[in-house]
Design a protein around this ligand. Sequence first.
Ligand SMILES: NC(=O)c1ccc[n+]([C@@H]2O[C@H](COP(=O)([O-])OP(=O)(O)OC[C@H]3O[C@@H](n4cnc5c(N)ncnc54)[C@H](OP(=O)(O)O)[C@@H]3O)[C@@H](O)[C@H]2O)c1
Length: 239
Amino acid sequence: MIYKVGLLGASGRMGLQIAGLLQDGFSHDGDSFELADAVSGSGKLRSIEGIPVRKMEEPPREPVHVWIDFSTPDASMAFLDAIETPIVIATTGFSDSQLSKIKKYADRFPVLLAPNTSPGMNLFLQWLEQLPEGLKFDLNLSEEHHVHKKDAPSGTAKSLLEVLERRGYGEVPVQSVRAGGIRGVHTLKFAAADETIEIRHEALDRKVFAEGALIAAAFLVKQKKAGLYKMADALGTRN
Ligand SMILES: NC(=O)c1ccc[n+]([C@@H]2O[C@H](COP(=O)([O-])OP(=O)(O)OC[C@H]3O[C@@H](n4cnc5c(N)ncnc54)[C@H](OP(=O)(O)O)[C@@H]3O)[C@@H](O)[C@H]2O)c1
């Protein structure tokens, strides 16, 4: 099946990656997508893959089956007031009240909220769900990203901390590094007196996030029920 996809944040680093994959004919389990609508903030980019890039307040180009959002928290919030469509929200940095608004939207439509759409990071999160409680190690988390990243700690770091808290590790220190063009590195260190263990995930190419977002979209278009889904649902790895 070919689904029509809309991109919020079409002109951004991630929006351009997704548009590139669509242009290259990305498909997943027999599903493929065509870009049908594209929204950005400044209007600097006029068109993408032959589709005009519009501002949010301008009329939709055509109905889409699913939106993919890589923008900013404020843009995501405004957009939820403008659509009635399933949406993959991959933007990060939401406040608690913004997350409540996403949950309310998810009472009416399928939403997949994914602070990290890469399969590898979702494997990392899945492993942590099995972390034994009461380990005699000090834990430390560091996250590194490019200088343009606005939120800190990263949405992924927050997801890792949430799982760690559930496993009984509540006060894990986090360091955020913003340097150069780093795509995204998360390192969880376990340190005891005479030994250390590290679990480290590094995104080598933004394509990994873009592919993950399209896999999430392919999952979301098939959900008949409204609800708040996770990347693990799309990957079939939810515990
Ligand atoms: N979930 C994941 O795996 C993952 C991976 C990477 C990044 N992210 C997150 O995705 C988000 C975007 O990242 P990025 O690196 O692509 O950022 P970016 O390059 O700064 O792109 C941001 C996009 O949002 C648009 N935008 C800003 N304000 C807007 C508004 N008011 N209305 C409509 N569009 C607006 C921008 O449009 P203009 O260019 O026209 O201003 C641009 O297209 C960030 O929150 C980042 O942390 C998530």
